[in-house]
Write a protein that binds this ligand. Structure first.
Ligand SMILES: Cc1ncc(COP(=O)(O)O)c(C=O)c1O
Length: 331
């Protein structure tokens, strides 16, 4: 049990070796291009394969290791929120959601001068949450272009029924933008099979990569024809990347959303984490172990008459269990 793990996970043992190795290679290598070709690019390829498993992506083409969660949210909103094209200017969000996610969404509404176009769905009652979300999508389908929500709530720890919500969004022509801050490394995801339009994540919570570590973007293959709203030189095909005359030729699939090169020390932290997840049997095994611990803590707290905010039952929660403390205990 790691009681402060909500914001920053513990350091995996494998991480130090990766980071020290990166420093050593950098110190002794005289030919940086060879270092990239022989070491960093193959490492990135391995990371992509491991991430595809974690996300439940159909292939590595559906994912891109890039930037931080908030920047990635801006990137997919720039691509999937298109009120001028669709005529649907509302964005649905849950309440509560983390402030940075709300700021990003508000930024796009400001940019399109649609300040009043945010619809919030209250989800503090975990027994009602999935029904309320689906009902709002159905109710707002003619005016809402996007549902932007977390897969696992950072307040209640609820793991929403994403399969059902994604189906509902598709049926009602609402783009589903999923935020995976508390889902990556905590729960099993099947983003491709569930038909999620796109998703963004950071790597510092249950991925245990330290704050600021590189996150990523998932884009479902049915959306590969979309041009990324935010672009940079690493999103363009390798053979035109250094062209003097700018000519953005989007890389096939989600890698087109990469904007800049990847810091090798970020990649080292991600590699340490992904190897650790694999070493302990993969995300399904970790999720089961987490559930055993969760149930034990849940029942113990219940017996002590604590007021628990998080839902019970395998598949309904992430890695965190939230308890409401009265003022006396807090003090
Ligand atoms: C739900 C959620 N959204 C956004 C963020 C911000 O992430 P970043 O600093 O990578 O932009 C966090 C980080 O704690 C988070 O938990």
């Amino acid at each position: 049990m790691y009681l402060s793990g909500h914001s920053m996970g513990l350091q995996p043992k494998a991480t130090e070796a990766y980071v020290v190795d990166a420093l050593e290679r950098w110190k002794h290598e005289r030919d940086v291009l060879t270092l990239f070709k022989d070491f960093w690019f193959p490492l990135e390829d391995r990371i992509h394969l491991q991430l595809a498993k974690l996300l439940g992506a159909a292939s590595t083409q559906e994912l891109c290791l890039v930037s931080s969660l908030t920047v990635n949210l801006h990137s997919v909103l720039a691509t999937f929120y298109r009120p001028l094209e669709t005529g649907k200017d509302k964005i649905i969000m849950l309440a509560p959601e983390f402030n940075s996610d709300v700021f990003a969404v508000e930024g796009w509404l400001d940019l399109y001068q649609r300040k009043d176009a945010l619809i919030r769905v209250p989800v503090e009652d975990t027994a009602l949450a999935n029904d309320l979300i689906v009902r709002e999508v159905e109710r707002s389908k003619d005016v809402a272009g996007v549902l932007c929500m977390s897969a696992v709530s950072y307040v209640t720890g609820q793991f929403y029924d994403i399969k059902r919500i994604a189906e509902c969004c598709r049926k009602n022509d609402v783009r589903l933008v999923l935020q995976l801050a508390h889902a990556m490394g905590a729960v099993e995801l099947q983003l491709h099979d569930w038909g999620v339009d796109c998703a963004v994540w950071c790597s510092y919570k249950y991925m245990n990569c330290l704050m600021g570590a590189i996150g990523g973007i998932f884009v479902h293959e049915r959306n590969f024809d979309k041009m990324p709203g935010l672009r940079g030189w690493f999103g363009t095909e390798k053979h035109v990347q250094f062209d003097i005359v700018p000519n953005f030729m989007k890389k096939a699939g989600a890698p087109g959303y990469q904007m800049s090169c990847i810091d090798p020390f970020h990649a080292a932290r991600i590699a340490g984490s992904l190897d650790t997840i694999e070493k302990f049997g993969g995300i399904t095994t970790i999720m089961r172990k987490n559930a055993e611990l969760y149930d034990y803590v849940y029942e113990s707290l219940e017996a002590m008459k604590f007021k628990i905010l998080s839902p019970k039952g395998f598949g309904n929660h992430g890695g965190a269990l939230s308890v409401i403390l009265d003022k006396k205990i807090k003090q």
